[in-house]
Design a protein around this ligand. Sequence first.
Ligand code: GTP
Ligand code: CA
Length: 499
Amino acid sequence: MDEQREVKVQNPWHRPVVIFLAGVITGGIIIMVAISVIQYKPLPQKYKYGIVLDAGSSHTSVFIYEWPAEKENNTGMVRQKHTCNVEGKGISSYSNNPVGAGRSLQKCMEEAKKTIPAHRHHETPVYLGATAGMRLLKMENEDASEKVLESVAHSLKSYPFSYQGARIITGQEEGAFGWITVNYLSKNLRKPTGTLGALDLGGASTQITFVPQQEIESQDNSIDFRLYGNNYHLYTHSFLCYGKDQVLKISMGKKMESTFKADETHPIELKDPCFHPGYNLTKTAGSVFDTPCMEGVKMANGSFFHVGTGNWSQCQQSIRKVFNTSYCPYSRCSFNGIFQPSVDGNFGAFSAFFFVMDFLNLTSDSLDITKQNLSTYCSTPWKKIVQNHPKTKEKYLSEYCFSATYILTLLEDGYKFTSKNWKDIKFIKKIEDSDAGWTLGYMLNLTNMIPAEAPDTPLMPYGGYVAFMLLFSLLILVLLLMVYLYFRRSSRTAQKDII
Ligand SMILES: Nc1nc2c(ncn2[C@@H]2O[C@H](COP(=O)(O)OP(=O)(O)OP(=O)(O)O)[C@@H](O)[C@H]2O)c(=O)[nH]1
Ligand SMILES: [Ca+2]
């Protein structure tokens, strides 16, 4: 008995000093983990905001972007918070009433005031970029285009935001910033992987932008960027007058030129294979010829019956006449004597490319099947089309056959996509929550949010750091426990041996 008591007293694990040490180590680990978690816990996010107005030929949209204040130089951080479609037509339609252009923005700008927290208003930049509609108005009437721009500038300055300018952007900027937008949102810019080409189809112009394999033979089509430490050598071209609304006018104008005889008394019939059989609407020649894009086409006047015949291949024949492929001063061209290297890699096709192909459910088949389906759609009687889509605006509805035929012709005959690389074209509206378009790229560029060199990043992201600390501490605890159990067992064995 005396011997046993003696051994118990000698057991080192029951000494208070050992218990104390074990307690201190365990407590230390808990405190260490707690501090590291608290210290590195992200502070409540502070957001910054930016506003870009896309003053397109057909309408104006207001985009509000937001991003975490402390992460503004990281890719994929800016997201679209809100959009507002301005009521009515594009600002270029206000050439006879410039004041109306500024006034048209009021509702959406009031919405912007409500969307962005008041304490951020004064530091929120607001930009307006006008595209092809205003380029055309400037060609037609420079004075009117300046008055419209003054009017929208005056309107934007009346809000509490930081006004940064209202201007007509170039076609090159429109193409390049569309490319930056889709690649920023797809997080392609900091990776060595390939980039996404950008195809934009508006009402009055269309843009194609991509990184080509071949040399760019014309200076006008070449643009260079250094983003996040990588150099990008882009091919870009914007075809003014090749947006879908303008091409509809040109192709109708050409049909009228070849059908209408000079001595004929109006109204007469214009048979149109791009419109459904049974479609018949009286239109004025003035509504077709009211554009500077019709240069060289003999003008008609009076009114006419626009009569659909619904024949896809004849429609395509008529649209082909809009592309001039008779000359090319380079090794290869798209059309109208414009240099274009062969298309390469994946492409994101947005705006009207998406609206039209998505509506017709033509976004996922092979080129051949797409053509067959479109042919069937175009020959469907107008009455049936209206019955099937009672809620769609008739103006949009009547033009889908033409628009999709133009899209296929532009992509295949114009840009030289083939049935082989047709699947490389992805028809997209948004990436994550943000619309594909030039506006985001424009803002990122003007706010210097895409640095030329890649910013330094912490070795480990926050989540990884916390997980690492927890695992590491757990490992130490398990080790301590194992050491404790090992010594306890060996001391018991020693006790038994003694007994
Ligand atoms: N079907 C359909 N068409 C649309 C829709 N929104 C716009 N459009 C039409 O699609 C065409 C292109 O629209 P946008 O991309 O907004 O063109 P835009 O920016 O006004 O014109 P650009 O200045 O040439 O870029 C125009 O003919 C519009 O009328 C939509 O929701 N559905
Ligand atoms: Ca546009």
